[in-house]
Design a protein around this ligand. Structure first.
Ligand SMILES: Nc1ncnc2c1ncn2[C@@H]1O[C@H](COP(=O)(O)OP(=O)(O)O)[C@@H](O)[C@H]1O
Ligand SMILES: [Mg+2]
Length: 301
């Protein structure tokens, strides 16, 4: 069996069959861009909830019949695989080195979510030879028709890999909490991305807010600074996830809150967020496409 068919076997399970109905069906009819939507989840400061947001958002997208692929682009300790209680053996480094093909590296999380572990391979992504780049692009070419959403957990800050992931993605969700340092770091990230790399559009998600007003004031704070100092930047508010004890309970059980406590306020927040993201158009100007994403990413170094 060749790699493409093996990969298809991994991802094409019964859960995906009804994709001709509802929103997924409309996607096939042309309302969606040419490939999967590529969404980076990022932040200026660490510990704001990105990895857990990626995990929960993936589950929320699945409930809307979307097929989800996640790239773990964070070298931090609390990786996306831990959130789902997984223990991957291989990572993207093995693909780069030609030891494994992508199908062997991708791990399956609950609800048919697929994950590409990056691990130590993340460092190598910025030092690829032309041959390795081509190899990686060919591997990713097989994925486009198998997924509707490609989510990237970028890690925090302004190191080059994080900036490049953000630049290459079609949409960027910046996560901030109500803490002043998280707000200033979110601003600093957008400023660097705009002034040094020309990225103009961002979405803001406020996490761990006590209530809607508190979250809204974080957005207003940031938005005022953006309007004043980063004139060509657009910052769209996509809502908030409340601070929730069940969230932390679920984390301790290596499960997402949406799976374990679906009636919790934070779980409802993720469902609302997924619906909102799907209702809006993907950012204009480029195709959502996994290979296109990697081609852009690789062109930066
Ligand atoms: N909405 C929330 N309510 C309660 N706790 C949260 C919430 N979001 C995140 N957390 C807590 O914050 C911790 C850090 O989250 P994590 O996803 O690892 O952040 P990051 O990936 O940004 O470093 C989690 O272990 C969790 O306990
Ligand atoms: Mg993280």
């Amino acid at each position: 069996m060749d790699q493409a068919s093996r990969l298809r076997e991994i991802v094409r399970k019964k859960a995906y069959e009804p994709a001709c109905h509802g929103e997924a069906g409309r996607a096939r009819e042309g309302r969606w861009p040419a490939g999967p939507r590529v969404i980076a989840v990022t932040s200026g400061k660490g510990g704001v909830g990105k990895t857990n947001i990626v995990g929960n958002l993936a589950i929320a997208f699945r409930r809307l019949e979307k097929r989800v692929l996640i790239l773990d682009g964070d070298l931090g300790l609390a990786n996306i695989d831990i959130i789902f209680g997984l223990n991957p053996v291989y990572n993207i480094k093995h693909v780069i080195n030609g030891e494994k093909d992508l199908a062997e590296v991708i791990v399956k999380a609950p609800e048919e979510i697929c994950i590409i572990p990056a691990g130590s391979g993340l460092h190598e992504l910025v030092h690829l030879t032309n041959g390795q780049k081509l190899n990686l692009l060919n591997e990713f070419d097989t994925l486009n028709e198998d997924f509707d959403i490609f989510l990237i957990d970028t890690g925090a800050g302004i190191s080059s890999n994080i900036i490049y992931f953000n630049m290459a993605a079609q949409e960027r969700i910046v996560v901030a909490t109500c803490e002043p340092s998280s707000i200033t770091d979110a601003y600093a990230l957008m400023k660097v991305m705009f002034t040094q790399h020309g990225t103009r559009s961002f979405k803001l998600l406020v996490n761990m807010a006590a209530h809607a007003d508190e979250a809204r004031s974080v957005f207003e704070n940031l938005s005022n600074a953006v309007v004043r100092f980063l004139k060509d930047v657009s910052l769209e508010y996509v809502g908030f996830i409340p601070k929730d004890d069940n969230f932390q309970r679920a984390v301790r059980q290596q499960c997402t809150v949406l799976q374990r406590y679906p009636e919790s306020e934070s779980s409802k927040g993720f469902c609302k967020l997924a619906r909102r993201l799907l209702a809006g158009p993907a950012s204009a100007g480029c195709d959502g496409n996994i290979k296109f994403f990697w081609r852009k990413f690789m062109s930066y170094h």
